[in-house]
Write a protein that binds this ligand. Structure first.
Ligand SMILES: Cc1ncc(C[n+]2csc(CCOP(=O)(O)OP(=O)(O)O)c2C)c(N)n1
Ligand code: SF4
Length: 344
């Protein structure tokens, strides 16, 4: 099922229509530029009018996003963008509502809002720019920084165990969960479209390079010489293959754990086929753990896409059902009905 747009698009929009045309205050070369360009390029391909888009953000470099989009938008409070976006969607369900957030914003101060939004499933789209560092506040470690990471706030190395955002989102039972890499423009655009058309909360983790405070965090997934060995593209119905010539694949071992094999050794039919619609979330969770050990490749693409009623649909139905048939509600009657007392 897909989201319904309010109206047909009468005018063909272009990338330029979404460019606010103001000075962009990110460091030259920041991965945020690539994400901004991908979003501006993709929105004209979606079935919404320009005035139907709303971008909501919290606090951080990534949260400057709404300024640069020629759409409606809010730059709100640290970590709370999902709550505000959910409110917008609940009151104006016809809008296409987006959240731009960082790993610190979404998973540290906003961790609570993040998991409860995924659980409630409003039809909004969350873009988490994960540079594994606090950019705006100048390079402190974040909830996704690797253990041992030396930063200004962890000079001897972080002793925290990091969050894996895709695993966290799956744990909160999000209905659409994906991962992309900022430099992979075509792929980012393809997944953005699928996320926008998903009815329910879409969550996209975007590996984003902060070249000032954490440069090269994803080099193993972007450098031409090693990318094929380290990145596995998830495609619905297709076998999990990777390597320069797709000569390697993933099978399950006797304990049900993923294992890399050569396709010529086992035959293509033995390779696991990707099923993002699997009702069992443990399959997607297993995928989300791949790549952490540095032995298996890191999956990108859509991990999970399943359907569940949206928060605003249930909310509006509940309100409609609660209204007395044909009668106008009377506030005085309401206040003096049920559990009320007269104190003499
Ligand atoms: C209530 C509150 N606490 C802390 C801060 C400081 N602060 C601003 S942005 C930020 C983290 C930003 O990191 P991230 O979300 O990863 O975004 P990035 O800048 O890397 O895009 C912090 C801790 C704040 N502005 N407000
Ligand atoms: S500090 Fe990092 S995340 Fe922030 S604008 Fe600069 S490069 Fe981008």
């Amino acid at each position: 099922m897909t989201s319904t747009a309010t109206t047909d698009t009468p005018v063909k929009l272009t990338k330029k229509d979404f460019d606010a045309g103001i000075d962009v205050r990110w460091c030259p070369g920041c991965g945020d530029f690539a994400i901004l360009a991908a979003v501006q390029r993709t929105l004209p391909e979606l079935p919404y009018k320009k005035e139907d888009y709303v971008f909501v953000s919290g606090i951080g470099c990534s949260s400057r996003f709404p300024y640069y989009m020629a759409t409606y938008g809010f730059h709100t409070i640290h970590g709370r963008a999902p709550a505000i976006a959910m409110g917008v969607k609940a009151t104006r369900p016809e809008l296409s509502v987006w959240v731009a957030t960082g790993d610190g914003d979404a998973l540290s101060i906003g961790g609570n809002h993040f998991i409860h939004t995924l659980r409630r499933n409003p039809d909004i789209n969350i873009l988490l720019f994960n540079n594994r560092i606090y950019g705006l506040t100048k390079g402190q470690y974040s909830p996704t920084s690797e253990t041992g990471k030396k930063t200004k706030s962890s000079p001897l190395g972080s002793i925290d165990h990091p969050f894996n955002p895709v695993s966290v989102a799956l744990g909160a039972e999000g209905t659409f969960i994906a991962r992309v890499v900022d430099r992979d423009a075509k792929h980012v655009s393809e997944i953005l479209k699928a996320a926008a058309l998903h009815k329910g909360t879409s969550f996209m983790e975007i590996y984003q390079n902060c070249l000032i405070f954490n440069d090269g965090a994803y080099n193993h997934m972007t450098e031409r010489s090693v990318k094929a060995e380290n990145v596995l593209y998830l495609e619905e119905g297709k076998p999990l293959l990777f390597g320069e010539k797709n000569e390697k694949g993933i099978v399950l071992d006797e304990l049900g754990q993923p294992k890399a094999v050569r396709v010529e050794d086992v035959g293509i039919d033995a390779i696991l086929k990707h099923d993002p619609k699997s009702p069992d979330p443990s399959y997607a969770f297993m995928l989300s753990r791949m790549g952490l050990d540095g032995v298996l490749p890191t999956p990108v693409g859509i991990f999970r896409a399943v359907e569940r009623p949206t928060y605003e649909d249930m909310l509006h139905k509940q309100i409609a059902d609660a209204k007395p048939d044909g009668k106008k509600a009377d506030l005085h009657d309401l206040l003096t009905s049920g559990s009320s007392w007269t104190i003499s």
